[in-house]
Design a protein around this ligand. Structure first.
Ligand code: 1GP
Length: 246
């Protein structure tokens, strides 16, 4: 797949990827797309609740940026034929098999017909995700942060299942992000491509996460601040990436 190849190439060349997550229902989508176009490697579009106007949102973002658009579906309605790729994700630590396997199965045929590139990913909801939208909607059995080995084992399991990416999610707007110990143990044990997001608000924090072993950093809420915040985030992530490559 083209998009996955591009992400891997950036990891190889620059040490880290920065993805920005847009809410499909965001009102000033054009302004946000304008702000991020020079400071993101790709755009993720999706979320746990609400996907009205997804096609329009994707088209608007496409018009403004040349960045690849990766869908981040919260359910089977989170798909648009106008995007480039989709994180084909299983919420592995949900109590409900719907989120782990039924939803992706029901979406698979649409993904094929829309000609979207599926990027296989384990979606792991880690403390404090229970207190965020994904925790409620995804009926999760939250993985505690003081048991990093559990997260690491899920990542290894994902790799053995043939998935190439694992997303350590603390939840959008989380009070605090996934800790460094969890990230580094997951990376060391599984060596899967690691995406880390949820509650990352400061560039210094993103920097630490990359050095701990994150290959990709995702921020969502930060976009509602100003363009400077996004630019700083991008710079720190790339700086950490370069250091990691040394
Ligand atoms: C949510 O990890 C992402 O899926 C982003 O979280 O909105 O807290 O940056 P934030």
């Amino acid at each position: 797949g083209k998009v996955e190849k591009k992400l891997n190439q950036i990891i190889e060349d620059e040490g880290a990827v920065y993805l920005t997550l847009l809410d499909p229902e965001e009102e000033n989508i054009e302004e946000i797309a304008e702000n991020i176009k020079d400071y993101a490697d790709a755009v993720m579009i999706g979320g746990s609740v609400g996907v009205v106007n997804l096609d329009n949102t994707v088209k608007k973002v496409k018009k403004i940026t040349n960045l690849p658009i990766i869908l981040f579906p919260g359910n089977v309605d989170g798909l648009s034929r106008y995007a480039d790729a989709v994180f084909y994700m299983s919420l592995m630590n949900s109590l409900n098999t719907y989120w782990a396997i039924t939803a992706p199965t029901l979406g698979s045929i649409t993904i094929l017909k829309y000609n979207l590139e599926p990027i296989p990913m384990a979606y792991l909801c880690i403390e404090p995700a229970r207190k965020t939208a994904v925790g409620y909607v995804g009926e999760i059995r939250e993985i505690p942060q003081n048991k990093p080995k559990i997260t690491a084992m899920y990542c290894l399991s994902a790799k053995f299942f043939g998935m190439r990416w694992a997303y350590l999610e603390a939840g959008s707007g989380a009070e605090y992000p996934v800790n460094n110990e969890t990230i580094s143990m997951a990376k060391k044990l599984s060596d899967i491509n690691l995406i880390v997001g949820g509650g990352i608000r400061k560039p210094e924090i993103a920097y630490e996460k990359v050095l701990a072993g994150a290959d990709v950093i995702v921020t969502g809420n930060l976009l509602e601040e100003d363009v400077k915040a996004v630019e700083m985030m991008y710079d720190y992530i790339k700086k950490a990436g370069r250091e990691k490559l040394k």
